[in-house]
Design a protein around this ligand. Sequence first.
Ligand code: GLN
Length: 288
Amino acid sequence: MSIRTLKSYLEDQLKIYPDIYETENDFNAEFDFAIEVFSGITKKDMILGADISDTQETELKEIFSRRFRTREPLAQILGYCIFMGEKFKVSKHTLIPRPETELLIIKAIEKIKENDYTTVLDIGTGTGCIACMIAKNTQAQVLGLDISNEALHVSLENAMALELMNRAIFRKSDIFSSIDYIHGEKFDMIVSNPPYIPKHIKSSLQPEVRDYEPELALFTEDEYGIENYEKIISQAKNYLKPHGYVLFELGIDQSGIVSDLFKYYGFSEIEIFKDVSGIDRVISARAM
Ligand code: GLN
């Protein structure tokens, strides 16, 4: 079967499930990614008329049938995703890296390079995508923390696959619990994309997120989704070197309240960066 025929077949199937993809492009992107994973055929090869084998066709039909029927995210079915051009292992214990997180990483890299920083802490590392991409693109060593043992296994595997063994390192920790600041374990920068969705809106989320991504990575108990920001900001100065930075990814409508928290705890140089949709997505602040 040609790739084109497979695609038409799946588009026909999709008519039974009209809610799965918001736009045609979302399906196209998943389709291209799945083809590449299964056959090594890139989009360019596809345009040039490359085809898949019968076995690959059967497997891809099964994968998409599972995707459509169950709403399980494609990344979880395949076991990995592509983030910032790199392949990252994911599991049901880790959040699937989101394109928005790229902005946090870019801003962190800019500040690390400007200031020749060497030590970065990534709180709630999950797949390790933030820790790995910062380590890969700067001279800094990044320590990724997570409360979940399962997530730590995934992050370590990702760092090994990217050959970042001593550059992105990982430790089990509930926020700062395993950092020994009293004996001088301090960092130039703290970054985090913490859980920021208030649990009471769980039912309004799309099934891919609500039913398949780990609760531990998504939700907060408080009404505004800000409890993790406050936990980090309130203690951050103990763990930062003088004038060190804190950078967070933000959820929708959280920039005002997180900015107030930074001011309350004595941070300065507060900056907010918008994502491609115009949403305040990243905030950074500096210890005085
Ligand atoms: N740091 C990881 C990411 O950005 C995990 C974040 C989380 O689980 N909240 O993808």
